[in-house]
Design a protein around this ligand. Structure first.
Ligand SMILES: [Zn+2]
Length: 224
């Protein structure tokens, strides 16, 4: 009897790891469905711009989680992919608010993997950021003609769901970590010029050992 009970307990623990907090994740609203279904898989989604007041509201709104098995997710993912890889944009990442959907979904070009594939992440979260920082130029598909140097963590740990229902956690560093931080910021309604404003009020010192593009933040910055 005790053995059966133990087996049950361990099975439940495994199931929770595979499908975390599924009960809290909602489905697309009627309005979101209409936007996703406005065109078929061959058409990209329009990219929202900060210069458009209605788009700006979407870009500065905090997004919500979505059930990984929502039937419209593959279509939205495909249409977002076409938006980020379109020759007119040529992006390295995109977040769902950038196509008018306030949901926690991103595409990231994995420069740290062979072949540099684009990968899609459902409900991505940053669970850890390194104190070691890096400085690099960033632009944004939603902010026309603007580029600035932004200070980001050199390494991060993220967790996410996949469309297949998997739940993963991994550590990412370098430029790919910058893309993740930029895209996940979008999910909290944060645009990179806000990061530039924030960093201008702080002091940084160069890291002795890692070269001039890496910095160490000497203040305790909890906002990222
Ligand atoms: Zn952006």
């Amino acid at each position: 009897m005790l053995r059966i009970l133990l087996l049950l307990v361990s099975f439940q623990a495994a199931a929770q790891t595979a499908f975390p907090k599924l009960e809290n994740k909602s489905r697309f609203t009627a309005e979101e469905k209409a936007l996703i279904l406005r065109a078929d898989t061959s058409r990209m989604m329009r990219v929202t711009l900060t210069t458009n007041p209605q788009d700006f509201k979407i870009l500065t709104t905090v997004s919500e989680d979505i059930a990984f098995d929502d039937p419209l997710l593959p279509l939205l993912a495909r249409r977002m992919y076409l938006s980020v890889t379109d020759t007119s944009t040529n992006g390295v990442g995109i977040a769902a608010p950038q196509v008018g959907i306030n949901r926690n979904l991103i595409w990231v070009k994995r420069f740290d993997k062979t072949g540099e594939p684009f990968e899609f992440y459902v409900n991505p979260k940053i669970s850890w950021k390194s104190e070691l920082l890096q400085l690099g130029a960033e632009g944004c598909l939603s902010i026309p003609d603007t580029r600035s140097d932004v200070i980001r963590s050199y390494a991060i740990q993220i967790s996410y769901n996949t469309l297949e229902g998997g739940y993963f956690s991994e550590v990412i560093e370098g430029f790919t970590a910058v893309i993740f931080q930029h895209e996940i910021d979008h999910l909290y309604g944060i645009l990179f010029p806000q990061r530039v404003d924030d960093q201008n009020t702080q002091e940084f010192r160069k890291s002795e050992e890692k070269g001039k593009r890496l910095l160490y933040n000497k203040r305790n910055n909890k906002r990222m």
